[in-house]
Design a protein around this ligand. Sequence first.
Ligand SMILES: Cc1ncc(COP(=O)(O)O)c(C=O)c1O
Length: 357
Amino acid sequence: MLEARGAVRSLKEYHPPLGGRVGLRLDFNENTVGCSPRVLERLRQLQFDQLARYPERESVERLVASHWGVDPAGLLLTNGVDEAIHLICETYLDPGDEVLIVVPTFSMYEIYAAATGAQVITISAGADFSYPTDEVLARISPRTRLIAIANPNNPTGTVVSKSDLLRILRAAPAAAVLADEAYFDFYGESMLPEVASHPNLFVARTFSKAYGLAGLRIGVLAGNATQMAMVRRVSSPYNVNAVALACLPEALADQEYVRQYVAEVRQGREQLQQELRSLKLRFWPSQANFVLVHIGERHDAFVNVMRDRGILVRDRSRDPGCDGCVRISVGSNAQTEQLIAALREPVHSIATTGVPA
Ligand SMILES: Cc1ncc(COP(=O)(O)O)c(C=O)c1O
């Protein structure tokens, strides 16, 4: 009988709750108002021959590279950051290699790494989900081949300082260090300028969040040109579809749209955190477009009541160290008002309050 590889058979299944998402979508950290109108206009103008041809990635890669001021030879467009993570794992991991991740974090690092047969070593985050840099440094061994770091982290919204990331990079020259900057736009600090001087650094960015293009599946992986030539060998030449490639230049050109959306999210994040503080709920100050909140034992009832009130939020209580926690994405100002008005009553009747942040 045909059997999948052992490493695949022992993978945990990952089923994000995508079915029937009706209401205000504050459950997947997406953009909640839609992409730039320039992207929609471009979509309307697509001609049949653009769909009939295989997509050509290079010219758009050059555009993104010049927009971010990096060497085009070191930049690859990917089918979302998910694919960037997958490609890094395929390029660098052999069975038995070690991968370091600090949990809780984004699930796909563990899934793609474990699928190669590598050993995933999970290190628990420190107090208040701080990044335990010294513990990570202590766990680096000659077998360490990948250290994946979401910065800001999902689901906590916490960040690692640049100086700590540089310490890790220097301590593990034979490991790929992936700085996953999916939420960069809401934070503002980046490792991208360090790519030129650190050959083991990779930076991933996405257009799924601030740019509102999660459905198009488009992300970026940047790294040292020699290393990226290896990553390209693993990648399909057609990994990014023609529709995404046609739209990306418009999305990038409309920086005013992104600036406006990000400003609203940052403002909403502060407003939500202020509200949580006054409701005496524990939460972790976030640098991303979501906030992790401790609801307590009845976290699932809270998620259900919020759904009944037309707002989708994400139960994260099964993530390591997140017992009783729910993650709430932040959208526009009006949506934040709607969220705050909807959550007060369920917080009083359901949540375990009295634990200040
Ligand atoms: C930290 C992190 N990285 C990557 C992704 C996936 O991004 P993309 O949509 O570009 O695959 C997410 C999505 O939630 C995320 O939270």
